[in-house]
Design a protein around this ligand. Structure first.
Ligand code: CMP
Length: 227
C-alpha cells in the first residue's frame, strides 16, 4: 500500500472502506504543497475541489464588515475542508490559509460526488463531522452573544481542549496554543484582552501556561463554569 493510501485509510470518513476503494481514491486525486501563510482557497470564489490535510494546519476565516478577521476554525492532519461548495454548488463560504507548511490531498467535485454514490457509507461519518462543526458554531454564537471577555476566552480554550487536548488525571493539556492575535480572532475580542484574561485565569489557578503549552488544571470545573 502506498504512503498516500495509508494516509487515506486513517481519514475518518474513509476508515470503513475496503483497501481496493482506498487505492482507487488515491488514484482519483492529487497531492499539493502550500507554504506557510499561503491562501489555499478564497471566500466567494467558485469551488470545484475538496481538500484533505496530509500534513500541516490551516485556518478557516472570514473578514467581518469592519475589516477584522474572524477565525471560524483551525483544522489539522486528517481533517477536510472545501466540502460545502462541493455539496451545495455555491461559492466558497470562507477563506482557508496555511498556518504551517501544509500538504493536502485534493479531489475534484465530480469524483467526490461519484465516490459518495458508490460508497454511501462515507456519508455517515461525513454528516457526523458536519454536525460536530455545527455544534461548535452554535457554541461560538452563544459565546459571542452572551459572554463577557472571560467567557469568550474560556470558550476558545474549551474548543482547543476538545480538538487537541490531552487528558492526564483531570488536567487537560493543549500542546501548541495559537498566537495571541489568532486567539483574539477566534474569540471575537482583542489581543490585549486575550493576554489580560489568560493572566487572570493563571492567577486564579484555573490554568497554567508554559511556552506554547496551556493546561486546564481542573477541566470538569472549568467546563461547568464556562461551557
Ligand atoms: P467551502 O465553503 O467549500 O470553502 C470554505 C471551507 O471552510 C468550507 O467549505 C468548509 O470546509 C470550511 N468551513 C466553513 N465554515 C466552517 C466552520 N464554521 N467550521 C469549520 N470549517 C468551516
Amino acid at each position: 500500500m502506498s504512503e498516500l493510501s495509508e494516509f487515506l485509510q486513517y481519514v475518518p470518513i474513509f476508515s470503513d472502506l475496503p483497501d481496493e476503494a482506498i487505492e482507487r481514491i488515491a488514484k482519483i486525486g492529487y497531492v499539493k504543497n502550500f507554504d506557510k501563510d499561503s491562501v489555499i482557497l478564497m471566500e466567494d470564489e467558485d469551488g470545484s475541489a475538496m481538500f484533505f490535510i496530509i500534513e500541516g494546519k490551516v485556518k478557516i476565516s472570514r473578514i467581518s464588515t469592519d475589516g477584522k478577521e474572524v477565525i471560524l476554525s483551525v483544522l489539522g492532519k486528517s481533517e477536510f475542508f472545501g466540502e460545502m461548495s462541493i455539496l451545495d454548488g455555491l461559492s466558497r463560504s470562507a477563506t482557508v490559509i496555511a498556518l504551517e507548511p501544509s500538504k493536502v490531498f485534493i479531489i475534484h467535485r465530480n469524483e467526490f460526488l461519484e465516490l459518495l454514490t458508490k460508497h454511501p457509507e462515507i456519508s455517515i461519518p461525513l454528516l457526523q463531522e458536519l454536525t460536530s462543526r455545527l455544534r461548535t458554531a452554535d457554541m461560538k454564537i452563544k459565546s459571542l452573544s452572551l459572554k463577557d471577555a472571560e467567557g469568550k476566552v474560556a470558550t476558545v480554550i474549551l474548543q482547543l481542549a476538545d480538538t487537541q487536548g490531552k487528558v492526564r488525571g483531570g488536567v487537560v493539556e493543549i500542546d501548541e496554543m495559537p498566537l495571541q492575535q489568532d486567539l483574539a480572532n477566534m474569540a471575537g475580542t482583542s489581543r490585549e484582552t486575550i493576554s489580560r484574561t489568560l493572566h487572570a485565569f493563571a492567577k486564579k489557578g484555573v490554568i497554567e501556561m508554559e511556552g506554547s503549552k496551556l493546561r486546564i488544571l481542573d477541566y470538569e470545573k472549568f467546563l461547568e463554569q464556562y461551557g
